[in-house]
Design a protein around this ligand. Structure first.
Ligand SMILES: Cc1ncc(COP(=O)(O)O)c(C=O)c1O
Length: 442
């Protein structure tokens, strides 16, 4: 039952991009235009962001939207890919860390913020990735931003995938004006950019930046080709493995492992917030000199408090599980669910993007249609995240379904059917509205 009578056209149009550079002398007044647009969407049930759950990220859960409306359903909006957040040994590791260290963060890693457990975690990640050194950060965002800002200076260059994550883009903007975005996953474009830079500048550094798995399209770069190219042009490669480390590939080493590049990528950066049931992030490098430099010249490491010992203990335990046969079994379960979901969506005539990964993006297209479909999900019993411009290209709105190892085949089948039902209801509704949006998809 749709509890909303209609959908004003203005709530089906526009995007967050419209408010990115507000004009006006008063910094606080000029941001209100965003709130007005957002609130029109909220009042009409068309603002699916900023929701809260009432318990942990379980396969089915209750949540509230930011107007306080409760919903319940199968949960494909959490990124607990291996379901480690509900693993008893992980919870016990957290409790033991509280008993051993308390709940503080102890300070910056440049001062006394390290603990026995954070040092053990750094060694564990180094062994896992076959790199000499690892620096932990309080979040993945801080690690991405901090690695770039720590290494790159004004006159250096950054050659970055146009779809790289915001933490990488913002780190780049903070580090240098010499940013060269290359076409998504296009190795030849990287070559052209590197050749052009080196034709006139052999003095300054170049950082090439990509992700191991892109989370809006679930597609993958040719990591070896990028690393070879980087070395050919005396550049350094950074790969963000936030979404694939731990959960993809037989041994959990993600696409770096699948492409036989373990220990061969210059800089590996990652987040613990997806697979490792915790806040936190890391940068893995070869050479103590690079680690020490990051520790003291990468602001989010130097001037921010360390990951708390509780978080470090959670991630350490998660890595232990990931390396054991149990980790392999969880990854196999996750992949079964991923393949099943992609299959079921296909059977329901819904199109998915990219390669099989824990992120299954489902095409909606038109933003108005996608918002109306999203509005139907609470009544249908599905919790899923809508992604629209500018996070993805205009007219390419999609649901980003995040699969977990603990999902059951029934959860997967329900999710596919409910998304189909939401799409059908939204299409009918849009046709009735007879708006330009409706005409655009007719
Ligand atoms: C590709 C990528 N890099 C970095 C981050 C930031 O990680 P965190 O959430 O740990 O700050 C995210 C996710 O939020 C991400 O998707």
């Amino acid at each position: 039952m749709n509890r909303y009578a209609s959908a004003p056209e203005a709530a089906l149009q526009g995007s967050m991009r419209d408010f990115r550079t507000p004009k006006g002398a008063n910094l606080l007044e000029r941001v209100n235009a965003f709130y007005e647009w957002q609130n029109l969407r909220r009042e009409n049930g068309l603002w699916p962001l900023g929701r809260s759950t009432e318990a942990g990220p379980r396969r089915a859960c209750a949540a509230r939207d930011d107007a306080g409306n409760r919903m319940e359903g199968v949960n494909f909006a959490s990124q607990d890919y291996l379901s480690l957040s509900s693993h008893a040994a992980v919870a016990e590791a957290a409790q033991q860390a509280i008993r051993d260290y308390g709940v503080h963060s102890a300070g910056s890693p440049a001062l006394v913020g390290n603990t026995t457990v954070s040092l053990a975690l750094e060694r564990k990640i180094g062994d896992f990735l076959h790199t000499d050194e690892v620096q932990l950060y309080p979040t993945g965002w801080a690690a991405g931003f901090g690695a770039i800002k720590g290494l790159v200076r004004n006159d250096d260059h950054i050659v970055m995938d146009a779809l790289a994550h915001a933490c990488l883009q913002e780190g780049a903007s903070a580090a240098t004006k010499n940013i060269h975005l290359f076409r998504h996953n296009d190795v030849e474009d990287v070559r052209a950019k590197l050749a052009k830079i080196r034709a006139t500048d052999t003095e300054n550094g170049i950082l090439v930046v990509t992700e191991g798995l892109f989370s809006m399209d679930s597609d993958v770069p040719a990591i070896k080709a990028l690393q070879d190219l980087a070395h050919e042009y005396n550049a350094t490669l950074l790969v963000d493995v936030a979404h694939d480390l731990g959960n993809l590939g037989p041994d959990g080493r993600g696409h770096i492992g699948l492409q036989n590049m373990i220990g061969k990528v210059d800089v590996v950066m990652g987040s613990f917030s997806k697979t490792f049931a915790s806040n936190g992030g890391f940068v893995a490098v070869n050479g103590r000199g690079v680690k020490e430099y990051l520790r003291f010249y990468s602001s989010p490491c130097t001037f921010s408090n360390a990951m708390s010992p509780v978080n470090a203990a959670i991630v350490l335990k998660a890595f232990e599980i990931i390396e054991q046969p149990e980790g392999r079994a969880l990854r196999a379960k996750l992949m079964d669910n991923i393949l099943n979901l992609r299959r079921q969506l296909g059977r329901n005539q819904l199109e998915t993007y990219g390669e099989p990964s824990a992120i299954v993006c489902v095409k909606m297209g038109n933003e108005g249609l996608a918002r109306l479909a999203s509005r139907r999900l609470p009544e249908l019993g599905l919790i899923a995240n809508l992604v629209e411009f500018p996070a993805v290209a205009k007219g390419q709105a999609r649901f980003r379904m995040q699969v977990m190892a603990n999902h059951t085949p029934e959860d997967v089948a329900l999710a596919a059917r409910r998304l189909r039902a939401a799409h059908d209801a939204a299409t009918a509704e849009l046709a009735e509205l007879a708006t330009p949006q409706a005409r655009a998809i007719a």
